[in-house]
Design a protein around this ligand. Structure first.
Ligand code: GLN
Length: 450
C-alpha cells in the first residue's frame, strides 16, 4: 500500500544526497510521471522508484553514457527494459553516472567526475555502473539498473555492499542500451536483497524481437520459487581467486563465512581452474572488448549524434569531435581495438583472443559439471581510494582476484554478488556463477547466504 506521492519527497532527498554522492547525470520528472500514473496496486513494481544507468535510452530524457560526446543526446525511443519496468509500475527517478561508455571499473571516468561510495565518500564505488550502485547503497532506491560487460554490476555491488545481478546472456533485452562490447554486454541490476532481485528479473527478462540475441526461453517465477535451503547444495570455491587475495583482513571473515555455509548443509569443495587460463582473462577481455567497442562506437562522430566540434571539412569535424568528445582512456581503447582488427593482425590477435575465450568457457563448463554454483570472493580488496596505487591500477592489474568475474561474461552464465560481512567499516561480498539460464539455483543459493 504505497502512496506514490511519497516519491516527491524521495526525489527531494535524492537531489540533496546527490550533492555528496555525485551519482546522478540527469533527474527524471517524477511529478509528471505521477500525474500520468495509471497503474493498479497489484502491479509487481507498483509505485517503485527505479534508477537507470545513463547508457539506457529514455525517450525525451538525455542519455549521455557519461561521455562528453553524448552530452546533448536525447533519444526518441525507450529501451525495452525501460518499457518493461514502466509497464510493471516503476517510476524513474534519475539517470545515473557511469564510467564513460561503460569503460572502467572505478567510477572515476565519468565526465561529470568521481562517484562517491556512501560508506566512505573518499572511496570509489567501482564501476562502470557506479551511480546506480551508490544510490541503492545509500537507500535512495530499491532497484537500479546497470550493465555488465566485464563485472560492471557485480564489482560495484561488492564495493557498495548490495546485491548485484548479471543474468544469463540473452535473458534481458538490450534493445536501446548503448553498447560497449556486444558479445559480452548484459543488462544487470542492483537491489538490497535477493527477493527483490528475483522479482526484478521476472519483470525485465524475456524474448524481445527487437534484440536478436534475446532468448525465447520462458521466464520462470523466480520470486515465488525462491528457497534458501542450502542443504545438499554443491558449491565449488575457486582456489585461484582465494590464492590471489593478498589482503590479510579478508581471510578470517571469509573463513567464518564458509564455516557457516557448511553448518547450513552445503557440500563445499575447492576447484582449481587452469592458472594460465585465469591469467589470460584480462588480456583476452581487453582485445575482444576493445575491438567490439571500436566498431560499436564508430557512429559517435559528431555528425549523427551529440556534440559537434567545428572543422574545415567532414573529416576534420569528426576528428575534432571525437578528440574532444572522448576521454583519453576511451581513445586509447579504440586504438587498441582498431589495431587488433587490422587485416594483418586479425588472426594473430583478435581471432586468437576468441579462441582463448572458447577454451576458458570450456574450463568453466568442466568446473560447473560437478557443482550447483561456483563461489569466490567478489573483490580482492575493500573499495579503494582513488589515490591508492592499487586504485589507479584497477584496469591494468593481472590479478585474478580482480578479474575472475569475466568468467561470467565470456560464458554468458548468470552471476550474482552478495554481501556477507563488514571489514573495517566496509562491506565485503562473494560472487556466484551458475549454469546458463539457471538463475533460480543462483538466487536460491544467494538467498541461503543472505
Ligand atoms: N572494468 C571493465 C572495463 O573497464 C569492465 C567494465 C564493464 O563491465 N562495463 O572494461
Amino acid at each position: 500500500n504505497k502512496d506514490i506521492h511519497e516519491l516527491v519527497d524521495l526525489q527531494a532527498r535524492l537531489v540533496s544526497a546527490n550533492e555528496k554522492l555525485n551519482a546522478v547525470v540527469s533527474f527524471c520528472d517524477v511529478d509528471a510521471q505521477i500525474k500520468d500514473y495509471k497503474m493498479k496496486e497489484d502491479a509487481p513494481l507498483f509505485g517503485t522508484p527505479v534508477v537507470l544507468k545513463d547508457n539506457i535510452s529514455t525517450k525525451g530524457v538525455r542519455t549521455t553514457a557519461s561521455s562528453r560526446i553524448l552530452d546533448n543526446y536525447v533519444p526518441f525511443y525507450d529501451a525495452t527494459v525501460v518499457k518493461k519496468l514502466r509497464d510493471a509500475g516503476a517510476i524513474f527517478t534519475c539517470k545515473s553516472a557511469m564510467d564513460e561508455l561503460g569503460m572502467g571499473g572505478t567510477g572515476l571516468n565519468a565526465y561529470t567526475g568521481k562517484v562517491n561510495n556512501p560508506y566512505d565518500l573518499e572511496r570509489i564505488t567501482g564501476g562502470s555502473s557506479s551511480g546506480s550502485a551508490a544510490l541503492v547503497a545509500a537507500g535512495l532506491t530499491p532497484l537500479a539498473i546497470g550493465t555488465d560487460t566485464g563485472d560492471s554490476v557485480r564489482k560495484p555491488a561488492a564495493y557498495c555492499g548490495i546485491v548485484g545481478v548479471k543474468p544469463t546472456y540473452g535473458r534481458i533485452s538490450r534493445y536501446g542500451v548503448i553498447p560497449y562490447a556486444s558479445s559480452l554486454d548484459h543488462v544487470g541490476y542492483f537491489t538490497t536483497n535477493i527477493e527483490d532481485a528475483a522479482l526484478a528479473l521476472e519483470v525485465m527478462a524475456g524474448r524481445d524481437d527487437q534484440d536478436m540475441t534475446s532468448s525465447y526461453k520462458e521466464v520462470e517465477a523466480y520470486a515465488s520459487l525462491l528457497n534458501g535451503d542450502l542443504k545438499g547444495k554443491k558449491i565449488g570455491i575457486i582456489t585461484n581467486v582465494i590464492d590471489a587475495i593478498v589482503d590479510p583482513r579478508f581471510r578470517p571473515s571469509f573463513d567464518a563465512f564458509t564455516k557457516k555455509l557448511e553448518e547450513k548443509g552445503t557440500i563445499l569443495e575447492m576447484v582449481t581452474i587452469d592458472q594460465d587460463l585465469m591469467n589470460a582473462l584480462l588480456p583476452t577481455y581487453f582485445i575482444i572488448s576493445n575491438a567490439e567497442a571500436t566498431a560499436n562506437h564508430s557512429n559517435l562522430d559528431g555528425i549523427r549524434f551529440g556534440m559537434r566540434e567545428p572543422g574545415e571539412d567532414l573529416n576534420e569535424i569528426m576528428i575534432n569531435s571525437r578528440t574532444k568528445g572522448f576521454s583519453s582512456d576511451v581513445r586509447n581503447r579504440f586504438v587498441i581495438g582498431s589495431y587488433s582488427l587490422f587485416v594483418e593482425n586479425q588472426d594473430k590477435i583478435f581471432r586468437k583472443a576468441q579462441k582463448v575465450r572458447r577454451v576458458i568457457v570450456e574450463a568453466v563448463d568442466e568446473a560447473l559439471k560437478n557443482y550447483d554454483v561456483l563461489l569466490a570472493p567478489a573483490a580482492g580488496t575493500l573499495a579503494p581510494k582513488p589515490d591508492d596505487s592499487y586504485g589507479e591500477d584497477l584496469n591494468n592489474t593481472f590479478m585474478v582476484a580482480e578479474n575472475h568475474m569475466l568468467l561470467g561474461n565470456f560464458s554468458g552464465y548468470p552471476s550474482i554478488t552478495v554481501p556477507y560481512d563488514m571489514v573495517d567499516g566496509m562491506p565485503v561480498a562473494i560472487n556466484l556463477l551458475a549454469r546458463a539460464f539457471d538463475e533460480q539455483t543462483m538466487f536460491n543459493v544467494a538467498k541461503g547466504i543472505e
